[in-house]
Design a protein. Sequence first.
Length: 343
Amino acid sequence: MSTAKDLIASLERLGDEFLAVIQPLADEPGIRAAQAGFLGKKGKLSEVMKELGRLPAGDRPLVGAAANKVKQAIEDRVAARLGELADAVGKLDLARTIDVTLPARPIAAGHLHLLTQVRLEAIQIFSELGFVVEDGPQIETDWHTFEALAIPKEHPARDMQDTFYVSEDIVLRTHTSPVQVRTMLTQTPPIRIVAPGHVYRRDDDPTHSPMFTQLEGLAVDEGLSFADLKGVLLHFVKRFFARDLGIRLRPSYFPFVEPGAEVDMQCSFCMGSGCRVCKGTGWVEIGGAGMVDPEVFGHVKIDAEKYTGFAFGMGLERMAMLRHGVNDIKFYYEGDLRFLEQF
């Protein structure tokens, strides 16, 4: 059986052994591992102290004091060694030289969202024809959104554009047509504007979203005709898709234009021969258009006997889908870089 003298000698040897083990170590993980090997629950110090219970009660304080002394010496050496390593790293950092004339590392730049690209490109194309950009609030009055556009309360046409109501007379706009109303109220003809912006409708499927981006156009002047409307839209389609595509205007009902038409363009994928995208017809719908209804002119105090005008509207998400083959409108809003970085 070990005596108190034997245990104290063993503890002193542990201290000397630790000093030899830690000296060549040059990183904190190695030093911490060595410390745990001596002071941990299953470390060498614990193994020696297992003999403490077999000693006479009078000898135990001497051995305990020796154990504490060795433990403190090990901890002090660990702290000192870690300090030496930190000092060495600091000196190396101070000795480092930097050539400040070298160019900085390049930072990867982002790019505009696909919908922003399409919006800016569409604005540029219409600007070639003299259209300027106008903007308006997304939270609109019922009067600007519907009534001024010949859609009174209880009119069945409101069902096509069922919207989100903030209150009885305040809505999230369902189209950017209120911008046309506000422009005609504050400007005198000739007027030639495009109004891009977010709009809101109760739609939710692969090709529709409760929020989407619309671009509408309005021209008011003396002598404007349906032919001018078709010419503007034909110019846009050819420039936007960079192909010699045709368009057609199919008679359709919109409360604020008379006559009104759905705008179809030749399918850009099959050039009109018929494919899956155009469902074999050779044509795809891109928006609505028509001549401004004289009733709308009456609401904004423009002389319908002197002036005529045309208006058109299209969803920019749909235009991007047709040009880039995007098959789900939600891809634009999910923030998935795998999708966004393609454009």
